[in-house]
Design a protein around this ligand. Structure first.
Ligand code: MSP
Length: 537
């Protein structure tokens, strides 16, 4: 199946350092990517969703040393025990998972740097600069903070609050400075290529200050990909890592090979999702690398905010990391996915708190959507023997809801396509509230008492049909965010039998009225979002 523009909609997450196990800050990016790609799949588009791990560099090497293992052994262990399993925990449907130690990556990285070297974009030079191993980044002196107390006299990385190291080496350099003008021109012509606006502004002012050439190799340790023409040096971990987005889809392979065809059908990426701390790598260095290789540039880099603890970025090294499973064991993966995209504006920082998560779970999922579903399915069971009744004439209240559904689909779709997840989910929640209000006002349980009055019986049937039809639409609209619960709602509505799998339903037609056939077998299943006290009982 071809995408709207003849190429797959390609979304990536950063590849995560395997220095430690994932925390919810990492799972946040992957969840956003998963929701975004499921949304596009649900629109019938061809999609490719890549995630993976970044295994080279000093950060990983030192973590391995501290644990008494060789770096590869350490990486293998963390990938098997932590990074692959977390994808299942959060229910991510990624199409591929790349590891930077795989041959498919290392070989293509070497071909790429050779091409840049041959093209005159890489030269040898001397370098001395402060380096933060936590960031794996050379720092500008002006960005550092003075150490205090025991760290008096040293300079600290503002992100890791740890002293930087002075690196002085003869390295290979990428002529990044040569691309400043072209980058500015590119971003002036494509103002949406860096999102949100604040990230765009940051990138533009950074480039406008002029760019330094970039050291892209290291000689003092060997945990990396060899520089092909100088095996005493390994390629700088970020230069290696950024290339994953292209190596994973066949960078440099002959056009007639499988890799070449994949590349033609996938590259360039439509969206690189990144945290704001790694924006410059993605919006400055990466496009310059692609320009040097004469490759098309990605459609967009979206920099999201941080999950904060006590006002600081959540991090394992600061012992503030929460494992995704801690939350998911309690609330389930669907609620986890829902909460982080609903409660935090994508692009801004947000704080996680158990209180806020419980409050939203209870009001929006258990009492909101969950209660609507259980009321509808229970009443069809009680009053109509579990068979979806034929609706009669529509009242203004019915028509208002049908119209609201139509506009909700439009608003939500537009917001999700812009990666404004919290806006999209707010509009769905308003619709759920409107349907619940409709039920409260229509009082089907009262209408149901007039069993001998055909007018009232018809009215009851209409109300029940409207409720179930709204839920049919909601299950499709919420499916990219909460795939498990919505799959189960879909079955409870008896929709599989007539409409097929929920994954085959199209968002574009989700708001059309009357799709769920009269006569569908409706069953009240387990509660979609058990109340927390029930779950704990
Ligand atoms: N390996 C590099 C990325 C290379 S991509 C070519 C890296 N890895 S990381 O594991 O340190 O971070 C990966 C992503 O997780 C980054 O986007 C980072 O912003 C994100 N997060 C790490 N902690 C986070 C929070 N507390 N909150 C939100 N996202 C956070 O950088």
């Amino acid at each position: 199946m071809a995408g709207a523009h003849g190429k797959a909609y390609y979304v990536t997450t950063p590849i995560y350092y395997v220095n430690d196990a994932p925390h919810i800050g990492h799972a946040y990016t992957t969840t956003a990517g998963d929701v975004l790609t499921r949304w596009h799949r649900q629109r019938g588009e061809d999609v490719w969703f890549l995630t993976g791990v970044d295994e080279h560099g000093q950060k990983v090497m030192r973590a391995a040393e501290a644990n008494g293992l060789a770096p590869q052994e350490w990486a293998d262990r963390l990938v098997t025990d932590a990074w692959r399993p977390v994808l299942e925990t959060i229910n991510a449907a990624n199409d591929d998972f790349i590891r930077t130690t795989e041959t498919r990556h290392t070989r293509r990285v070497q071909d790429f740097v050779t091409k840049l070297h041959d093209g005159g974009h890489i030269f040898e030079g001397e370098y001395e600069a402060p380096y933060c191993v936590g960031c794996e980044e050379f720092k500008l002196a002006g960005d550092l903070l003075p150490g205090e107390g025991e760290l008096e006299g040293q300079f600290l990385c503002p992100i890791h609050s740890r002293p930087v190291e002075i690196v002085s080496e003869t390295n290979w350099f990428f002529r990044l400075s040569a691309f400043a003008d072209r980058l500015i021109e590119h971003y002036e012509l494509n103002p949406h290529a860096v999102q949100p606006q604040s990230a765009y502004n940051e990138v533009m002012s950074f480039i406008r200050q002029g760019l330094d050439d970039l050291s892209i190799s290291r000689s003092t340790f060997d945990w990396g990909i060899d520089v092909p023409w100088d095996p005493d040096q390994v390629i700088y971990v970020w230069f290696d890592a950024l290339l994953n987005y292209a190596t994973a889809v066949g960078l440099g392979d002959s056009p007639t090979s499988e890799g070449g065809r994949k590349f033609a059908n996938t590259w360039p990426a439509d969206v690189h999702l990144v945290g704001k701390d790694i924006l410059r790598f993605h919006a400055v260095i990466w496009p310059a690398m692609l320009m040097a290789a004469e490759l098309p540039l990605p459609g967009m880099v979206f920099a999201h905010g941080w999950l904060l603890v006590g006002g600081e970025k959540m991090s394992k090294s600061k012992l503030t990391g929460i494992a995704p499973s801690q939350i998911i064991d309690h609330f389930g993966a669907d609620a986890f996915r829902y909460y982080f995209l609903r409660a935090i504006n994508f692009g801004q920082d947000g704080s996680f708190s158990w209180e806020d998560m419980s409050a939203r779970y209870t009001s929006e999922l258990a009492n909101g959507l969950g209660n609507l579903a259980s009321r509808a399915t229970a009443m069809v069971g009680r009053y109509c023997d579990g068979v979806l009744p034929e609706p009669g004439a529509l009242t203004n209240a019915d028509r208002a809801l049908i119209e609201l559904l139509r506009t909700t689909v439009e608003t939500t779709d537009a917001a999700m396509l812009r990666l404004e997840f919290s806006v999209g989910l707010a509009s769905l929640k308003e619709f759920v509230d409107a349907v619940n209000l409709y039920v409260t006002e229509q009082e089907p349980w009262k209408v149901a008492k007039a069993v001998d009055d055909p007018v009232q019986v018809e009215r009851l049937h209409t109300i029940l049909y409207v409720m179930c039809e709204c839920l049919r639409a909601l299950s499709v609209l919420y499916s990219p965010v909460m795939p498990t619960a919505m799959g189960s709602l879909w079955s409870q509505l008896g929709a599989d039998a007539s409409l097929g799998s929920i994954l085959e339903q199209r968002l574009q037609t989700a708001g059309h009225w009357g799709l769920l056939p009269v006569g569908s077998v409706v069953t009240k299943g387990d509660s979609l979002f058990p109340r927390l006290d029930d779950a704990e009982a």
